[in-house]
Design a binder for this molecule. Structure first.
Ligand code: BES
Ligand code: MN
Ligand code: ZN
Length: 491
């Protein structure tokens, strides 16, 4: 979707379609909110029928005038950037159904909200809602066509164009992230995803190393190798580096869980739990597309993405409950359950990241526990970190982007449940309690001293239904959150 800025006061033709956003409230509220350059068009439409409630959206063709798509914004006092994104998503949805390829957007004037954040939120909502994973549909949906371009009317067109460029780079990478997660595990496997990461090395400032079985053995990544043992596709570890601030000494490393299919292994998942497990690499996808977005924007920041990739499969060669494997950091781990595989591959990746790359911050992102989905639903992600600084920065970025998260505690008491009789640590606790905290506690023992945060996206990475600008299935959670965080982090 192309986003452009156009000078306010532009004359519309009768073949144009103009999107208009109206708040809830009496005729006088609406009258005050309708900008002058469109009031002569609107005067022929009977807006008395339109309540302006959030969730309301209508297509209004007017003889001899441009057509209108009007979307409700809800009560003026309750309008936020997130409600604006969702109102904008309705406009995209309506335009897609009407097969309208080009749209003009007249920005609403809203008390307490400046034009720029309103512009960004509407552009994001429209962009992110213009998505369908239809590559395997032989006949494309005949009642839904993508919107191709949107012009936003603004007084400061240069300023608006700059913001819209940023929005389209970040949002296009969110959509690519969704595509990779939605892709079948047969196609999006450890080898092909590592190759996808390698492609990013074409971008300025980006380099990529991919480690195969031989190299992982040499490095001693016993946990990643154990989990990946029975996969028909061999494990990989991709390490991306983006240097946007060559003189800077600081960096952030993102570590993303890349289980391309989580069958559970010998602790096989039952029907009802296994169907969507191709999405168990959503953390990996978010890291890859954050690096791509940062490089395309030319951010003056230094980043790493470390991505352990493998399949968790049952078979004669599978790793087994009761086995013990040695991690990259030398610790031995008893396997209590082969379905707690994410923490194993992340343990090797986290230890490697801290020891070899020496970043100033480490954030891992993982579809780690079903318990997180039960606790927070599909609405917010779990955040666990000993660092108040990272907690604050991540929470703020979540509120800003709508990719929200909430902190859970990491008290040392929980780690006691991970004691093993025969090894240094077990990958599961003996009780079913506090699954998300237990998972994070396990990871915690593979990070020594670097400020670290863990994001559990088991709930937010995948939607069981469409919610506003978030489609059913892969949501792309993480890319927009990380881009916002990176902008504000001194690295
Ligand atoms: N990938 C799953 C977690 C998951 C569950 C993600 C549902 C998305 C939706 C993870 O590898 C897993 O299986 N976790 C187990 C851990 C348990 C065996 C300690 C779980 O949460 O049941
Ligand atoms: Mn699992
Ligand atoms: Zn998993």
């Amino acid at each position: 979707m192309k986003l452009t800025a156009r000078k306010t006061g532009h004359e519309f033709g009768e073949r144009d379609t103009v999107a208009l956003f109206l708040p809830e409230g009496g005729e006088d509220v609406k009258g005050a909110e309708i900008p002058d350059d469109i009031s002569h068009i609107v005067d022929r439409a009977n807006l008395g029928f339109f309540g302006g409630k959030s969730g309301e959206c209508a297509f209004i063709p007017i003889a001899g005038r441009p057509a209108l798509i009007i979307a409700g914004l809800g009560k003026p006092a309750e309008i936020t950037r997130e409600t604006l994104r969702n109102s904008a998503a309705l406009v995209t949805g309506t335009a897609r159904k009407m097969k309208i390829k080009e749209l003009d957007v007249v920005l609403p004037r809203l008390k307490g909200l400046e034009e720029k954040p309103v512009l960004c939120a509407l552009a994001e909502g429209m962009y992110l809602a213009n998505y369908a994973f239809d590559r395997y549909k032989t006949r494309k949906d005949e009642t839904d066509a993508p919107v191709q371009s949107v012009s936003f009317h603004s007084v400061d067109t240069a300023g608006a164009a700059r913001l819209l460029r940023e929005v389209s780079i970040i949002c296009s990478n969110s959509l690519l992230c969704r595509d990779l997660i939605n892709e079948t595990s047969e196609r999006a496997n450890p080898v092909s995803i590592a190759a996808e990461a390698k492609k990013l090395a074409r971008l300025k400032g980006v380099s990529c190393t991919v480690l195969g079985r031989r190299e992982l053995e040499k490095l001693g990544m016993g946990l990643l190798l154990a989990v990946g043992r029975a996969g028909a596709n061999p494990p990989r570890m991709a390490i991306l580096k983006y240097t946007g601030n060559p003189r800077g000494k600081k960096s952030l490393a993102l570590v993303g869980k890349g289980i391309t299919f989580d069958s559970g292994g010998l602790n096989l998942k039952p029907s009802g739990h296994i169907e969507d497990m191709r999405s168990d690499m959503a953390g990996a996808a978010a890291c890859i597309y954050t690096i791509k977005a940062a490089a395309e924007l030319g951010l003056k920041k230094n980043l790493y993405a470390v991505i352990p990739l493998c399949e968790n499969m049952p078979g004669g060669n599978s790793y087994r409950p009761g086995d013990v494997y040695r991690s990259y950091n030398g610790m031995t781990v008893e396997i209590g359950n082969t379905d707690a595989e994410g923490r194993l591959v992340l343990a090797d990746a986290l230890a490697y990241t801290e020891f070899r790359l020496k970043p100033d911050y480490i954030i891992d992102i993982a579809t780690l526990t079903g318990a997180c989905l039960i606790c927070f639903g599909e609405i917010i992600a779990g955040l666990l970190t000993p660092s108040d600084e990272l907690a604050g920065a991540l929470h703020a970025a979540g509120e800003e982007t709508g990719e929200r998260l909430w902190r859970l505690p990491l008290y040392g008491d929980y780690a006691e449940d991970l004691k093993s009789d025969i090894a240094d640590i077990s990958n599961v606790s003996s009780t079913r309690n506090a699954g998300t905290i237990i998972g994070a506690s396990f990871l915690n023992s593979f990070v020594k001293s670097t400020p670290w945060a863990h994001l559990d996206i088991a709930g937010t990475s995948w939607g069981s239904k469409q919610r506003g600008y978030r489609p059913k299935n892969a949501t792309g959670y993480g890319v927009r959150l990380f881009m916002e965080l990176i902008k504000n982090l001194e690295i």
